[in-house]
Design a protein around this ligand. Sequence first.
Ligand code: NAD
Length: 300
Amino acid sequence: MGAQIIDGKAFAAEMRGQVARHVARIKADHGITPGLAVVLVGEDPASQVYVRSKGKMTAEVGMNSFEHKLDAETSEVDLLALIARLNADAAVHGILVQLPLPDHLDEDLVINSIDPAKDVDGFHISNVGLLSTGQKSMVPCTPLGCLMMLRKHHGSLSGMNAVVIGRSNIVGKPMAQLLLGDSCTVTIAHSRTRDLPDVVRRADIVVAAVGRSEMVPGDWIKPGATVIDVGINRIDAPEKGAGKTRLVGDCEFDSCAEVAGAITPVPGGVGPMTIACLLANSVTACCRANGIAEPDGLTA
Ligand code: NAD
């Protein structure tokens, strides 16, 4: 293996430490405790795990964590009423509605009902517009985490060729905007892209956000390129015993690590950075709401 491993777990721990120091300072200097409200509708097991670990880490950095667990049959009217209450609550600086929502709820309507200033996921249409026009916004956590790792590894990204595989609203598109903001030459590839291997081979930076296990092999990677693997895919792992599974990314780790200059592992790469960036966004939102100077290094 030639590539340097980008240790997202360690970087995320460092970032959470930084967040905790800012939280302590905001409490001491201003008497305000940053607060994050997480809303979970239904019993999706993966969402429950995410919400639990978000709550735990929110408390660990000294912020207030407000969890709202609603029944799967909750009506849109009731969910919107809860969001309106959280929008009006001065103790709540960030609001996150865990996705996906049950089918009877209109995700766009719900997300766009969050006060954009409290939209720590950065999915509100106003934040999407602000990001795409290069203005100050709340930046989606997963792409923000990827950008932070790339900046830490490379310093400046200016002039680099970046290929983002995947065009989702939560990862691919905002990732492309952030890379463009850092003066990369950006290509967004997707399911209809012709000759994807050839497109990827031109990249100095590859961000894979597809959700297909190990679809990017090492021979698509330009020697020395940096590979950020966003994908989280659970596959069977008979080698660990009957019925066991393991997590893999969208990139074939071993073959990519042979040629890449640097690569994020799965797990332990992008995943931990996503939660660290959620906490960072909550502190940023608290500072903006209270006219407190924003700490350096917590947002794009
Ligand atoms: P999505 O399903 O919304 O989007 C997938 C994208 O991949 C689509 O734009 C599609 O055009 C593209 N695509 C599909 N097949 C393709 C192909 N054969 N070639 C090229 N492109 C193809 O998914 P998403 O929400 O963006 O998530 C992508 C992956 O990232 C998933 O594995 C998800 O679990 C993971 N994820 C991880 C984190 C994290 O914190 N680490 C956060 C969000 C998403």
